[in-house]
Design a protein around this ligand. Structure first.
Ligand code: ZN
Length: 272
C-alpha cells in the first residue's frame, strides 16, 4: 500500500493494468464541513501555458507530454511492423499499454501537485476555474490536441475532489467573454481579440494586462458576483454542500470581503 487508509474501507476493486494488478480500496470519509471562504484565486487555462492565475502567475505546460506523444508514435510504428498475433506483436502491444499507463501516472502527479499548490501552498480556500463544457470553447477556441495535452478536465475534477476532501470551495463559471472584457473597467473590447494577441489593451481605461491574467481576473469576478447573487450562476461542484452554503448565507456580501477587496469593476459587461 502506498499510503495509509483514511476512513472506513467500503469496497475493494481489483484493476489489471499493464504493469500488474492493483487493488483499489474505496473508503467512506466523514463529511468535511466547508471552511469560510476567505482567500480566492481563479485560473484561466490556456495553450501557451497550462494555466494563469488571477494573480498573474503562470504554470508551464508539462514538457514530458510532448515527449510521451513522440514515444507513443514510435511504439505504434513498431507494432505496425510486426505480424499481428505474433509474440513480438503482443510484446509491442504491452509496451504501448505500459507507456500509456506511465503517461497517465505522470499526468495525475502533475495535476495533483498543481492543485495542492493552489490550495495549500498559496493558502487559498476558494478556487475558481472556467467551465469549458458550457460553451463551445473546446471546439472553437483551442485545438483539441492541446486540450488532451493539458488535460484540463482531469484538473477540474481533481480540484473539485480536493475541495470536497479538505472542505474548500471549487467553482466553475461560464467563461464567455472573459478574455474579451477589461478586468479593470469592465468594458468589452469592441474588436474581438484573436488568440494570437497575448496582451489585453483596454482602449477605455488604458489598462494593459497579459491576456490570460486579465481573463483569470474576470473569472474570479464572475464567481464573486455569483456568490453575491448578482448575475451569475456557477456550477457548484460541491453539490453536497449546496444547501449548506445557502444556509450559511454565502450570498451575503459580508462573507465575501475577499472578493470586494479586489477592486471589482462596477459593470462587468460579461453577460451577453
Ligand atoms: Zn478598461
Amino acid at each position: 500500500m502506498h499510503r495509509p487508509l483514511q476512513g472506513d474501507p467500503k469496497e475493494v476493486t481489483l484493476i489489471k493494468k499493464a504493469s500488474g494488478w492493483y487493488a483499489h480500496i474505496s473508503c467512506e470519509l466523514p463529511d468535511i464541513p466547508k471552511v469560510e471562504p476567505t482567500d480566492a484565486i481563479a485560473v484561466d487555462v490556456g495553450t501557451t501555458h497550462y494555466l494563469t492565475t488571477s494573480e498573474g502567475e503562470k504554470e508551464d505546460n508539462p514538457r514530458w507530454y510532448r515527449e510521451a506523444e513522440g514515444l507513443l508514435h514510435k511504439h505504434n510504428q513498431t507494432m505496425a511492423r510486426r505480424k499481428k498475433g505474433s509474440n513480438r506483436w503482443y510484446k509491442a502491444v504491452h509496451a504501448i499499454a505500459l507507456h500509456q499507463e506511465r503517461t497517465a501516472n505522470k499526468r495525475k502527479d502533475f495535476i495533483g501537485k498543481l492543485v495542492y499548490k493552489l490550495y495549500h501552498h498559496k493558502e487559498n480556500n476558494v478556487l475558481i476555474a472556467e467551465d469549458l463544457s458550457v460553451s463551445n470553447m473546446v471546439q472553437n477556441k483551442y485545438l483539441s490536441k492541446s486540450i488532451s495535452d493539458a488535460s484540463w478536465g482531469k484538473f477540474f475534477e481533481w480540484a473539485g475532489n480536493i475541495a470536497e476532501r479538505d472542505g474548500f470551495h471549487f467553482h466553475q463559471v461560464d467563461p464567455k467573454n472573459t478574455s474579451q472584457t477589461c478586468s479593470s473597467c469592465g468594458k468589452k473590447s469592441p474588436k474581438k481579440l484573436s488568440l494570437a494577441i497575448r496582451t489585453f489593451n483596454c482602449q477605455y481605461c488604458g489598462t494593459v494586462l497579459d491576456r490570460d491574467h486579465n481573463a483569470a481576473r474576470n473569472i474570479l469576478f464572475k464567481a464573486a458576483a455569483a456568490f453575491r447573487g448578482e448575475r451569475w450562476v456557477t456550477t457548484l461542484y460541491e453539490a453536497r454542500n449546496k444547501n449548506e452554503a445557502q444556509d450559511a448565507g454565502l450570498q451575503e456580501a459580508t462573507q465575501l470581503m475577499l472578493f470586494d477587496a479586489l477592486n471589482k469593476p462596477k459593470s462587468l459587461g460579461l453577460g451577453s
